[in-house]
Structure formats: C-alpha cells, structure tokens
Design a protein around this ligand. Structure first.
Ligand code: DAT
Ligand code: MG
Length: 151
C-alpha cells in the first residue's frame, strides 16, 4: 500500500560531504513522503544490532567503526513500494556496480564509503525503523500532493 515505510540513512561520509540535501531531494522528487528524520551519532552496540546479519563478515569491524565515526542522518520514508524503489534509488551496494543516476552511482567510489543505507526488505525495514526511532518520532501527515502522485 501507499503506507509502506523504509529506513534510509545518510552515512557519516555522506553527511560530511554535504549529501543530505541531494539524497533527500531524490526521495522527495520521486514522490515519497518523509515521516521521520534526525541526526544521530550511533554507538557501536547500536550499529552491531543494525548490521547483525553481517557479523561474520571480514569487513564487519570496519563497517561498524565507520558508521560510528560521525553523525548519521536517519530517516523514515513512506510510499508505495518504497523499500524496493528506495534500494533502486540508492543503487548497487558496490559503487563500481552502481548505475549512474543512482545515489551511489553518482556520489561515491569505495564500497566502504558508499554514503547511504536503505532497508533491503519490508521486514528488515520494520526492524530497522523500530531500532532507530521511537514510535513517537514518526509523524503521520497527509501530503497535499497525494492525489497527484497516486491514482
Ligand atoms: P547494502 O548497504 O547495500 O544493504 P549490505 O547490507 O550487504 O549492503 O552491506 C552493508 C554495508 O557493508 C554496505 O553498504 C557497505 C559494507 N560492505 C558490504 N560489502 C562489503 C565488502 N565486500 N567490503 C567492504 N564493505 C562492504
Ligand atoms: Mg543491507
């Protein structure tokens, strides 16, 4: 439905490189609705939970340190198929495989500095939103554009 939600984050490199605005714009311009946003410096414990599926990967320690190294812009975006479409807007995990026109395909080079995060499935989106946001931080609002975006 049009109430599907995903967790999108601008990682510390994206924040430092001034990419919060461009990343928000891509989701906004597509027609998605921003329902939560905050700046967070996350603890390693928090990031280990966020990336728990990757705990046995050789890059896990570096990934957690990088994500803990600065401020993150954490967001929840809402709209039809926003999880899948959000992944498409981000581009492939490895920037060398990300198409031009995607965020990663336009703004980064190394996989370990790929500027943004997006949930990979509806179920993981729900888990990630609950990990990063309190329910009270998620805003319910109707966009005046809704009937011009959805038929
Ligand atoms: P994604 O962020 O596209 O969901 P993922 O969940 O597989 O990708 O991995 C999480 C992050 O870990 C990814 O954005 C960057 C880092 N990463 C993934 N594969 C890596 C690798 N082979 N070497 C170094 N970092 C990697
Ligand atoms: Mg992932």
């Amino acid at each position: 439905g049009i109430n599907e939600q995903t967790f999108i984050a601008v990682k510390p490199d994206g924040v430092q490189r001034g990419l919060i605005g461009p990343i928000i714009s891509r989701f906004e311009n597509r027609g998605f609705k921003l329902v939560a946003i905050k700046m967070v410096v996350a603890s390693k414990e928090h990031l280990e939970k966020h990336y728990s599926d990757l705990s046995d990967k050789p890059f896990f320690g570096g990934l957690v340190s990088y994500m803990a190294s600065g401020a993150i812009c954490a967001m929840v975006w809402e709209g039809r198929d926003v999880v899948k479409t959000g992944r498409a807007i981000l581009g492939a995990t490895k920037p060398s495989e990300s198409s031009p026109g995607t965020i990663r395909g336009d703004y980064c080079i190394d996989v370990g500095r790929n500027v943004c995060h997006g949930s990979d499935a509806v179920e993981s989106a729900q888990k990630e939103i609950a990990l990063w946001f309190d329910k009270s931080e998620i805003t319910s609002w109707k966009s005046a554009q809704q009937s011009w975006i959805y038929e």
